[in-house]
Design a protein around this ligand. Sequence first.
Ligand SMILES: NC(=O)C1=CN([C@@H]2O[C@H](COP(=O)(O)OP(=O)(O)OC[C@H]3O[C@@H](n4cnc5c(N)ncnc54)[C@H](OP(=O)(O)O)[C@@H]3O)[C@@H](O)[C@H]2O)[C@@H](O)CC1
Ligand SMILES: Nc1ncnc2c1ncn2[C@@H]1O[C@H](COP(=O)(O)OP(=O)(O)O)[C@@H](O)[C@H]1O
Ligand SMILES: [K+]
Length: 507
Amino acid sequence: MHAISLERKHALHSVAATRTLEAAAAAGLPAHTLMRRAGAATARLALALAPHARHVWIACGRGNNGGDGLEAALCLHLAGRAVSVTWLGEPDAAPADARAAWQRASEAGVVFAPGPPTDLGPGDLCIDALLGIGLSASALPGGGPPRHAPSGALQELLQALRTSQAMVLAVDVPSGLDADTGQYADGFAPDSIPMAPRHTLSLLTLKPGLFTAQGRDACGSVWLDDLGCGALAPRATAQLGTEHPVNARPQAPHASHKGSFGDVAVVGGEGLAARGMGMTGAAWLAARAALHGGAGRVMVALLDEGATTAPPWPELMLRRVDALDWPQLTAVCGCGGGEAVRAVLPAALARAPRLVLDADGLNAVAGDGALARALRARADAGLASILTPHPLEAARLLQCTTAQVQANRLAAAQALAGRYACTVVLKGSGSVTASPGELPVINARGNARLATAGTGDVLAGLIGARLAQGLTPHQAASSAVQAHGAAADHWPAHQALTASALAAALQ
Ligand SMILES: NC(=O)C1=CN([C@@H]2O[C@H](COP(=O)(O)OP(=O)(O)OC[C@H]3O[C@@H](n4cnc5c(N)ncnc54)[C@H](OP(=O)(O)O)[C@@H]3O)[C@@H](O)[C@H]2O)[C@@H](O)CC1
Ligand SMILES: Nc1ncnc2c1ncn2[C@@H]1O[C@H](COP(=O)(O)OP(=O)(O)O)[C@@H](O)[C@H]1O
Ligand SMILES: [K+]
């Protein structure tokens, strides 16, 4: 068992892949072995997390997730801990593994109670073994009419886990969360983020939904125990994090010059005169991030007719769009681009060998079939493209709703990558980078301090810098997303995180 470090990459497996592994592992082991291992692992982690708990309360559901909880109760009881269990199951209706666990726990004298002890305090521990990967998919948003609604008893136990002052350890997955998508099933989403610390012990595999959408808030710290079956794991569904260098310009040769690190041109920043909304700041932010991200030369082509302002940073060079030498550039197109960016896109799509398309550049493609076809054609011409939509922009590109994108972020990013034959970064908590033929990467770095205007422009600039320095689109995008998130994670608590400061902090 180990805590999941975000400093290195990890394989992620869908529920279906985990079920395949579970079946293969169970076939080679005596009956009930996996559940006993799961219970023992849960008990070990419980003892490590709350060594001084006066009481451990375990909420167990009717299925095998509840069976893991019963096995954990037995181990903790045998270790001399004060344990009580609330079990929603019945021996006659329980699956075989869970029934055996109930029998062993009962015979050993584990205490069963209708609800949690009334005096659970901050030093105590709750274990959430209500629902695991058997959560019915029909209850998920968009999954059709729900077969289940959470019963009153289940709701009460969930509420007790969420309002308890005691730390909560979730077995396999926080109950009600879909382990594939990170979305709660209907009726399971909490009203607010719980105050007590959360831990999640994922069993057999790490699942993608633990790290994207609602997953990060639901899980807290994530641990993995492969139950001794890691060697049987099937092909990964996705990857958590990346090991590409956080600093994309490590140990450059002495005989380098500024042309060795690529030219980035940021094209965007509609002026105030066009529609009464000045967005030139977005272009400067992307340019500054490209500079700090290690690009050799950074140019800015503002979509601001008649602007004669000097660059706010002298390292940045102003260019008119018609003076851009497209074939030599990595173009970052769309940041603050407004309506004006539409006119520039045909040239950018046709001529830029490396293109990062952000914000209004994406909206223009979503609303114009000719631009969409031009984007799609770039792959056949050997031109590299990266799209960086947030969920609303992704929904426009996929002609669906934001809720549908969020319902399965991994699938949405992969669908976009397939549709446009390019790399896609679907932003938001647990950003997903998907590219045709590559394992998608979920980034679990970053936090809500990034939810401030302009951080997306900074990301686009950083991706551009990495693409200009020769990383593949998938590497450039996934490593930049990780570096952007890591910068936010390391941000001093007492210091405001603004997009400008973030751009300057990048390396
Ligand atoms: N087998 C093994 O080898 C191993 C399995 N392991 C463990 O088993 C877990 C998977 O167990 P599982 O398949 O029994 O599913 P589980 O998560 O307990 O849920 C099923 C229960 O929930 C109910 N239910 C479902 N949806 C619902 C909803 N929306 N609202 C309300 N109720 C809902 C459903 O009701 P039913 O459909 O029966 O009416 C049933 O009672 C896995 O996460 C891991 O912890 C480990 O020990 C490793 C080895
Ligand atoms: N809660 C969050 N957790 C992690 N990352 C976040 C969160 N909120 C925003 N971000 C990140 O911040 C950036 C915001 O980008 P975007 O929505 O395009 O903003 P803007 O257009 O203002 O620049 C994205 O990289 C996104 O993933
Ligand atoms: K659970």
